[in-house]
Write a protein that binds this ligand. Structure first.
Ligand SMILES: [Zn+2]
Length: 449
């Protein structure tokens, strides 16, 4: 039963040792199920010489092979509709989602009734941690169709007993009107959309976004919410408390979130999933210790339809294990970027989200919008790194702004950049997920090289 602070006090405050014991027990059962029912894993384990029956401790999980997104995609093409990693009977599948933002063929994710319950429980913990309570009216501004940021979030908000207002994307007029008419207290959406909405409210409704009266904005689905400058700007614009949660369509829609301490994202599903952090280059597991940075790897321990073992999430995270004032005990993770997005400029790792942080810090002299055009496939970029940045309406000293941005990028990211300033509202706006990188090269041509 939820109390004042926690949706699930037992799990959220369990000692880490007890969590590990529970995870080991559940992992054994899950691996037996996976080997028996998933042709992909039966084959992968056999090829890697991994015998799940001989699992002695959680550390032994490191001997299991990784699973990549490409493998899942191929598995689905070769064995439609859900792939060779699907372990449940299709009769038992109650809903199919699609992961967002991918190019080409969509990637489908099925869930059984029990999987749905696990999602609802986890997302309820996430939203409760971010302050959603039964008296709240939550306006939903993520895509509602197919996307895991749609119906699973509705299930959780209703589960908490709050009022769910299904708006979705592309309906900003209706969204603003419903906040006013229905007394919306909380908005949940992407950071790009929240930014867009602030501009929209000013222009279309000629009012200050803070007049909407929102108490909280819950961000997700892209890394922006973890960038302090982006969060601060939105908090200021809307006069609301801003937090973020992280998730993944192939795992659980959201499984970690900020509490009001804003000191990293609490992992809230330790009884449903095991998280490891590995060296992105060697794949070696790293200790879950304060300050460790690496790539997130996830293993379901309670999943029926499409269970994954050691899935490379491609999120690069910073681990925090220091105690949090809220009393939650699991490690916290802050996403510092997607390993897919990372650029290497003259040997230095540069995250587009870190450039976004710099650009946004100069708001309102910049609008915060930017694009990084690439003429060759990432990650390697010949310096200088080209960055297109929108200047704010008022800016007159363009040369000064350009030099200031280049100096900040050099100082904070140790990368040489060439900033090109463009007028406000000329770069593409994204309602769903902001794409900071623009590919100018021909992908087919590159693949043929
Ligand atoms: Zn906390």
């Amino acid at each position: 039963m939820p109390d004042e602070t926690y949706w699930n006090r037992d799990v959220e405050t369990m000692s880490w040792q007890d969590v590990r014991d529970l995870q080991l027990e559940k992992l054994r059962g899950q691996l037996d199920y996976v080997v028996a029912r998933s042709p992909l894993y039966a084959r992968k384990f056999a090829e890697a010489g991994f015998d799940s029956a001989r699992l002695r401790s959680l550390d032994d999980l490191r001997h299991a092979p990784f699973t990549t997104k490409d493998e899942l995609r191929e598995s689905q093409i070769g064995s439609p509709p859900l792939g060779e990693h699907a372990a449940a009977d299709l009769r038992d599948v109650i809903r199919i989602h699609s992961s967002s933002g991918t190019t080409g063929r969509p990637s489908y994710v099925g869930i059984t009734r029990r999987d749905r319950d696990v999602w609802t429980e986890t997302v309820s913990r996430v939203y409760y941690c971010e302050g959603v309570r039964p008296e709240d009216v939550v306006v939903h501004g993520f895509g509602l169709g197919f996307f895991v940021g749609g119906l699973p979030l509705k299930d959780a908000i209703e589960n908490i007993g709050a009022t769910f207002i299904p708006i979705g994307t592309g309906a900003s007029d209706r969204l603003v009107t419903s906040i006013r008419d229905l007394g919306g207290t909380i908005l949940t959406c992407t950071p790009s959309y929240a930014n867009y909405l602030a501009e929209y409210v000013r222009e279309r409704f000629e009012m200050d976004p803070s007049e909407l009266g929102l108490c909280r904005i819950l961000l997700g689905a892209e890394p922006g919410g973890g960038i302090p400058a982006v969060r601060d700007r939105l908090a200021h614009e809307f006069g609301a408390f801003v937090t973020e949660s992280l998730g993944n369509a192939d795992l659980i829609p959201t499984y970690s979130a900020n509490c009001d301490e804003l000191d990293g994202n609490h992992f809230l599903a330790p009884d449903f999933m095991i998280l490891e952090v590995v060296d992105p280059d060697t794949g070696e597991p790293l200790e879950l210790e304060n300050g460790v940075e690496g790539e997130l790897v996830a293993t379901h321990i309670e999943r029926e339809c499409v269970p994954l073992v050691r899935f490379r999430v491609r999120d690069r995270v910073l681990v925090k294990t220091s105690p949090c004032a809220c009393g939650r005990t699991a490690p916290r993770f802050t996403c510092v970027g997607r390993t897919d997005d990372m650029l290497i400029v003259a040997g230095v790792n540069v995250w587009p989200s870190a450039i976004k942080d710099v650009v946004t810090s100069l708001y309102p002299r910049t609008t915060g919008a930017l694009q990084i055009p690439l003429t060759e496939p990432p990650p390697r970029v010949d310096p200088p790194l080209r960055v297109q940045v929108e200047y704010g309406e008022e800016e007159v000293d363009l040369l000064g702004l350009k030099h200031e941005l280049e100096a900040l990028i050099r100082e904070k990211l140790i990368a040489k950049a060439e900033v090109e300033l463009v007028p406000a509202d000329t770069l593409p706006r994204f309602e769903m997920k902001a794409q900071l990188i623009r590919k100018l090269y021909d992908e087919a041509e590159v693949a043929a090289r």
